[in-house]
Design a protein around this ligand. Structure first.
Ligand SMILES: NC(=O)C1=CN([C@@H]2O[C@H](COP(=O)(O)OP(=O)(O)OC[C@H]3O[C@@H](n4cnc5c(N)ncnc54)[C@H](OP(=O)(O)O)[C@@H]3O)[C@@H](O)[C@H]2O)C=CC1
Ligand SMILES: Nc1nc2c(ncn2[C@@H]2O[C@H](COP(=O)(O)O)[C@@H](O)[C@H]2O)c(=O)[nH]1
Length: 325
């Protein structure tokens, strides 16, 4: 099997067909809606909160609200409905989550998107939850994950998932690969490629994106949407306070399976780090859009579909040669 990751790949340019990068269309239809770029902030407590979800929805970006304050989800859906904004929430697979789905149905709420968010998505417990949600809320676009193999993608799709999320352990604050020896850490892009080849429905590439160019690479290898944590952490709108250290400003970014999230040291597969404070998230998202427009122009096209066909070379860790980071 050919394995590689984001830093090992360079995409090969084609002749440009636009007069300006502004002509390149980065929009993506994902589920029932179309979004400005194929990027979604990770559904983690240090990445997204209700205020940011509202801002993203208002401005044409996809979001997935996290599931770590479960009791607030019903009010969140109602609040977004009142403002005529789309709703996108996360659930787990424990018993309470079935009760939650029942409550959503009883209150006649219809979330536009639900993401089943667990570490090891290739399991009968996830399949049971997919079937339960699809039965109770057939119109909701259901994302299930996380997985890292073609078999898992097929099984979750066959169970009824409308999209699958690929990435076990490539995240910046992830320690799954170290603690368990398993995952797609270090070869996430190759795993994405394998999964996308098996998929018949959309794929979200989740984790491991370190540069804007990795978004174009994700699309090249089969992603319809790219979930990003660390690059979107540390903004003014990111949850959490600014932390001052040695005259520099930071914000905390911690894993959803970290001790900080769980409140105890048990089955910990995530860590915490400080991310330099970055200012407004809309500026970062605008830069991502501009960089993606540039990628599309190098692909020799006018929209994201052109990225899917470009040739590539494997340069094995050498794209940073000569660069100082
Ligand atoms: N993308 C990634 O690489 C990873 C992401 N995460 C994130 O961390 C958060 C917590 O995830 P998770 O622990 O699944 O959620 P939960 O704590 O809600 O656990 C869900 C259920 O699955 C069980 N479970 C968890 N991991 C495994 C496993 N490896 N094998 C069998 N059963 C398992 C848990 O039981 P029990 O705890 O008793 O085993 C629990 O019953 C999520 O947001 C997830 O996305 C975590 C690790 C990897
Ligand atoms: N193994 C773990 N993975 C985690 C944890 N919390 C979140 N995540 C995953 O990371 C991505 C974000 O990755 P990044 O490289 O963009 O920072 C996120 O979407 C989850 O899938 C965790 O505690 N352990």
């Amino acid at each position: 099997m050919q394995v590689f990751d984001y830093e090992d790949i360079q995409l090969i340019p084609n002749k440009c067909i636009v007069d300006s990068r502004s002509e390149c269309d980065t929009t993506i239809k994902f589920g029932p809606k179309t979004f400005k770029i194929p990027v979604v902030p990770a559904n983690m407590q240090t990445i997204i909160d209700e205020k940011l979800a509202e801002k993203l929805a208002t401005n044409g970006y996809f979001y997935v609200m996290h599931r770590f304050e479960p009791e607030t989800r019903i009010d969140f859906i109602k609040m977004m409905n009142q403002k005529d904004l789309f709703t996108s929430i996360s659930v787990g697979i424990k018993k309470d989550e079935y009760t939650f789905i029942d409550q959503v149905v009883a209150e006649r709420l219809k979330p536009d998107y639900i993401t089943i968010d667990v570490a090891h998505g290739h399991s009968d417990r996830v399949i049971d939850m997919i079937k339960y949600i699809k039965n109770k809320l057939p119109e909701t676009f259901l994302i299930a994950g996380n997985v890292g193999t073609p078999e898992a993608v097929r099984e979750l799709e066959n169970a009824g998932a409308d999209a699958t999320k690929v990435g076990i352990g490539p995240g910046k604050v992830c320690i799954t690969k170290l603690k368990t020896g398993f995952g797609t850490g270090g070869w996430q892009l190759a795993a994405l490629r394998l999964c996308a080849k098996a998929a018949s429905k959309p794929i979200i590439a989740d984790g491991g994106v370190r540069n804007d160019g990795d978004i174009a690479k994700s699309v090249r290898f089969g992603a319809d949407m790219v979930m990003i944590g660390s690059l979107l952490a540390g903004h003014k709108e990111s949850p959490g306070k600014i932390i001052e250290k040695d005259g520099q400003k930071y914000k905390a970014y911690f894993g959803s399976a970290s001790q900080y999230q769980k409140g105890e040291y048990k089955n910990v597969e995530g860590k915490r780090m400080l991310v330099p404070y970055k200012g407004e998230i809309m500026d970062t998202l605008t830069e991502m859009k501009q960089d993606l427009q540039s990628s599309i122009s190098y692909a020799g096209g006018k929209d994201l579909s052109s990225l899917r066909k470009v040739d590539y070379v494997i340069v094995k860790n050498s794209i940073y040669n000569g660069d100082v980071y």
